[in-house]
Design a binder for this molecule. Sequence first.
Ligand code: BTN
Length: 251
Amino acid sequence: ITGQFTQPAYGEVSVIQVIESTNTELKNTDRVRANGDTIVAEIQTAGRGRHGRQWLAPVGGSLTFSMYWRFNDGYQGMAGLSLLVGIAICRALKTCGLDEARLKWPNDVYLFGKKLAGVLIEVEGQIGAPADCIIGIGLNVVVPPHEFEVGQPHIDMSQALGPDIDRNDVAACIIEQLWQMLPDFTQRGFEPYIDEWQHLDWFADRTVVVKSGDKRISGINRGIDASGALLLETADGITRFHGGEVSLRAN
Ligand code: BTN
């Protein structure tokens, strides 16, 4: 993959053919990392998803990459990051001609109600110290149907755009969008992005089930707050859920 960038690079983009996982690589590298540094892999041999799951990505038909970003304010400065990344992906896909991408809290990108992309954010840093974040993105671009025999229903970009999609363009658009949005987010936080996220929410005002540990709580999805927490309306009022602990399902 060789991206064509239309603005000066923020970090350095390296492309590796075969690697365990771009997240792991960027976490363990001995090199000095700068904000915006990105590793793109053609093949991951041990791609990881959320909740300890595997991330399977068909060769040549998907994008797998990770970007490094440091938050000097530590965990506090990162609130809402996974949601911001979702917005960045939707904005980028729109510039590639795909208007229909939507979001599922906390960090999936959906197309026509199925999973199009996933985000895995990993953080290193002590409480009260700067936080080093690895933002990992896996996106299905053109995937043969038989490759999709995994867990939840998946979809790829070709279902909306046809098979002629240039992965270089898509990668460059998302990376650029993150380079543009992350400095602003670092300064202003997530609050300015709440409305945009809610407009993109596939499950807005729908009845959903939130799984938290062994519990399943049903309620109406009433959007998010400035910390990125989900607001779930139940008979008891509004309950807030934070991304790390829970997952959301359609009812
Ligand atoms: C999820 O939905 O569970 C998140 C999937 C994230 C996958 C990406 S692919 C690039 C990066 N490297 C990994 O090992 N995982 C992330």
